[in-house]
Design a protein around this ligand. Structure first.
Ligand code: SF4
Length: 431
């Protein structure tokens, strides 16, 4: 659907509107037509005495049937509709093969640089002093550029979570930036300002900071440190071989636990490294519908669970993240089916933790997402501005998700710690 057609439709109904009022109606008409798959003319049949207030009220009631009567009016976010076809994501399947590889001077002789040279002989290789601007202006072209660098500052930090959200005491080790999957909800689309894949070659330096660091442990028995914040923990492991150094390092430090957070099935490095009780391999899981329609290029659930079973057999513990849970017609049955599939194949006693979080995003990400994935279904739900400035489903809908999933998960995996991720502390206290 093009923006011009929606604007003309609204202008045809109410020609004298100011810019801001027109913007709000255009946004509402667009979102309703997209969600319901109907033509514009069916949305607001021409009628006498239609004015801005009555039109907006009707449109809000139709766009937000669950929340219209109860949510404060300033929680409906109605930004200008701006769709740029040049930003659309390229969903053509292709292997990861960067066109240009930059290697910083200080890590030219590293093991990682050698592996990258062998893996991508047809790429153009350039040496950089670390100050050259690399990458594309377009996020969708980020896989064209790979930067092998030496991280100097950003080794370890507490998870920034979301301001005012309940904290689970997570600790981050930033082993890379950028991902080759295309999850429609991925915050990197709006967060990553250097459009390239960055992989540090100085893993030893990261690990050398750990013994002296102070880590939070939140509600867990030991501090948790994880690498899957700005990239998928395993998606590039065939290249980086980080697992083969990280696993033995943490095996010698049983007072800590390390989490590889992933959607990939690249477990070869883990299997070579051998199992380890305080290393948890955790998979993000979702309903089959969301995996198929919104997590492009990722392995299907069955493949992720197969990989999980193999790593458990090798001696690792497992984690799962139901994140983001998306509400749509039939979501309960679909998510229950995912839990059932997990119960069918996983060794239950090996599941250490499971988090649950409903879909949330910043205002900027909403605009990026609708530009990159104009046919998405994940934005069709009712999102309201929330306590931390992010957009979330209303409290009632989120409670319904947690009231359904938490007891189901706790019953199915009685040994696992089941918790909420990035939620309003008041709501967390109810569970
Ligand atoms: S796997 Fe994670 S990092 Fe990669 S695109 Fe999906 S959400 Fe983003």
């Amino acid at each position: 659907m093009n923006v011009r057609a929606v604007e003309e439709y609204v202008f045809g109904l109410l020609p004298k509107l100011g810019v801001n009022k027109q913007r709000e109606l255009v946004r509402l008409v667009y979102e309703i037509a997209k969600r319901d798959g109907i033509s514009l003319s069916e949305i607001l049949p021409a009628q006498k005495n239609l004015n801005f207030e009555s039109a907006k009220k009707k449109l809000l009631a139709r766009r937000y049937p669950v929340n219209f009567k109860t949510a404060a009016k300033d929680r409906f976010y109605l930004p200008k509709l701006e769709l740029n076809p040049a930003l659309r994501a390229d969903l053509t399947p292709r292997p990861f093969y960067p066109k240009t590889v930059y290697i910083e001077t200080s890590v030219q002789d590293s093991e990682l640089a050698a592996r990258v040279r062998a893996a991508f002989p047809k790429a153009e290789f350039k040496e950089t002093d670390g100050k050259t601007q690399v990458g594309s202006p377009n996020f969708s072209r980020r896989l064209d550029t790979l930067l092998i660098h030496r991280e100097k500052y950003d080794f370890l930090k507490p998870c920034p979570c979301s301001c005012s959200a309940a904290c689970c005491g997570y600790n981050l080790i930033n082993l890379g930036f950028g991902c080759r999957f295309e999850c429609e909800y991925c915050f990197l689309q709006q967060y990553q300002n250097l459009h390239a894949v960055l992989l540090p070659a100085n893993l030893d330096e990261f690990l050398s900071k750990i013994d002296a660091a102070h880590f939070r442990k939140g509600p867990f028995d030991r501090p948790r440190i994880g690498s899957g914040e700005f990239t998928d923990s395993l998606v590039f492991d065939g290249l980086t071989h980080y697992t083969e150094k990280i696993v033995p390092f943490f095996r010698a430090r049983p007072h800590l636990q390390f989490e590889f957070k992933t959607k990939s099935v690249h477990i070869e490095g883990l299997l070579r490294a051998g199992g380890c009780e305080n290393v948890v391999i955790s998979w993000s899981v979702n309903s089959a519908k969301i995996t198929e329609q919104a997590e492009h290029f990722t392995p299907p659930l069955a493949a992720r669970l197969q990989a999980a079973s193999e790593t458990a057999r090798a001696g690792y513990r497992l984690g799962f993240h139901f994140d983001p849970v998306v509400i749509y017609d039939g979501w309960k049955e679909d998510y229950a089916r995912t839990v059932e599939q997990m119960a069918d194949v996983l060794p239950k006693e090996k599941v250490a933790w499971i988090s649950v979080g409903t879909l949330r995003f910043s205002r900027e990400l909403k605009k990026m997402l609708e530009n990159r994935f104009p046919e998405n279904i994940i934005l069709d739900g009712e999102f309201l501005l929330d306590f931390d400035g992010k957009m979330r489903y209303g409290d009632q809908q989120r409670k319904e998700v947690y009231q359904f999933l938490l007891p189901l998960l706790r019953k199915t995996f009685p040994n696992a710690f089941v918790y909420l991720c990035m939620e309003d502390p008041q709501l967390v206290r109810c569970f």
